[in-house]
Design a protein around this ligand. Structure first.
Ligand SMILES: Nc1ncnc2c1ncn2[C@@H]1O[C@H](COP(=O)(O)OP(=O)(O)OP(=O)(O)O)[C@@H](O)[C@H]1O
Ligand SMILES: [Mg+2]
Length: 370
């Protein structure tokens, strides 16, 4: 269902994204080993990657790095957790596991026989540490012998930066040495993913590697209208064109919000106004809880910056003047650092030196709840 608020995993439920899918297929056909998918929150990166990898028909594992990071209690994603997750995914993907059985059953049994909380410790002490590099080597070996490739998707890969393991080095090593393993990395905090990969920095291990960059943008006005129209049609719900127009105007092409709106209408049976209000209310709560983590270190200043931009100040010096009027003098470089950080996190968009907030729910949340 187009209005299913979960991550989409099949073409039937994925609206459009033909160009982005084709980009990924093409990169995989060419055996490009690093595909990076950029896009702000709720734009549909996970849905794109989940659908693409299923369509390709080669074995894959999608690892939700953000979830692993939160599950770690913000301590960082350890190598053993990645190894365990990867092995779990291999086992889920039945077909592959059958073929891997000999090699992997031994590895998996080690993992399963120990208690979750102490994996690193117990595996490390008693059974010999299972290194990611070895698991990757085994997978690559199997692929080579069977004429297959294996695709590892690291969803929200920028969360790997909070780890004492240098995953960027590991990925670079894999790309250079393992010919049959491809990586798809996604990130909503576009600037942070870029920083983590340091793709342009001279001493970056990943610099110079062939890579495909796929940008997922929000829906255009036409796409938004068509998405809603088809979603309603699919469920046999009749909706006035004027209502669709209003929604498209208010939700500004953000696929996640459009989907949520559609869900409230067709599944919960709400009318236009109630559904819009519900998206606003629920969306605001989600945005605030996400923003809280980003701004906690300098809450007053971040809040003032966001408010200034939400109110329509676009230029650096105007935003700064507004912030200083509220929170006192602030050195230019400190101010720039805070502002750029909001850009890196994807909350603020910077085009031709002008700063804006693109997501109407973020704007509403900033103005009403911060
Ligand atoms: N092309 C699409 N067709 C149908 N639904 C979509 C599409 N793109 C996104 N959605 C819907 O929008 C919501 C957000 O999508 P998804 O989780 O894939 O985005 P994301 O970019 O990975 O977001 P996040 O940054 O929160 O991880 C989901 O409910 C998904 O079903
Ligand atoms: Mg996602």
């Amino acid at each position: 269902m187009l209005f299913d608020p979960g991550v989409k995993t099949s073409k039937r439920d994925l609206f459009d994204r033909e160009r982005e899918l084709e980009e990924i297929f093409d990169a995989v056909r060419n055996r490009e080993k690093l595909i990076v998918v950029y896009g702000v929150r709720r734009v549909g990166k996970s849905s794109l990657v989940n659908t693409a990898l299923r369509e390709i028909g080669e074995p894959f594992a999608i690892i939700d790095v953000r979830a692993l990071y939160f599950e770690s209690g913000f301590r960082g994603v350890s190598e053993s957790i990645i190894v365990e997750t990867l092995l779990g995914k291999l086992r889920e993907s039945g077909v592959l596991y059958e073929k891997f059985r000999d090699i992997l059953s031994d590895l998996i049994s080690r993992i399963e026989s120990i208690s979750m909380g102490f994996i690193e410790l117990r595996v490390g002490r008693r059974r010999g540490y299972l290194r990611l590099i070895d698991v990757l080597g085994l997978i690559d070996d199997w692929c080579r012998r069977n004429g297959r490739i294996f695709i590892i998707a690291l969803d929200e890969a920028q969360y790997l930066r909070f780890s004492n393991k240098r995953y960027d080095l590991l990925i670079a090593w894999s790309i250079d040495n393992l010919n049959n393993i491809l990586y798809v990395l996604t990130g909503s905090e576009v600037g942070l993913l870029h920083d983590f990969l340091r793709l342009d920095s001279i001493d970056s291990p990943l610099r110079g590697r062939v890579r495909r960059e796929v940008y997922v943008e929000k829906f255009s006005i036409e796409q938004s209208v068509e998405f809603l129209r088809r979603g309603f049609e699919e469920r046999g719900v009749e909706v006035k064109a004027s209502e669709i127009e209003e929604v498209v105007k208010k939700l500004n092409g953000v696929p996640g919000w459009l989907t949520l709106y559609g869900y409230y209408r067709v599944v919960r049976g709400m009318n236009n106004i109630d559904a819009l209000n519900k998206v606003l209310e629920e969306g605001t709560a989600i945005v605030i809880s996400e923003l809280d983590k980003v701004i906690e270190r300098s809450r007053d200043r971040y809040t003032a910056i966001l408010k200034a931009i939400a109110m329509g100040f676009k230029r650096w010096r105007d935003i700064k003047a507004f912030v200083e009027a509220r929170t006192g003098p602030i050195p230019p470089n400190k101010f720039s650092e805070l502002l750029e950080r909001l850009v890196k996190y994807g909350y603020v968009k910077k085009i031709n030196g002008e700063y804006t907030i693109d997501d109407p729910i973020v704007k509403h949340a900033v103005l009403s709840k911060l």
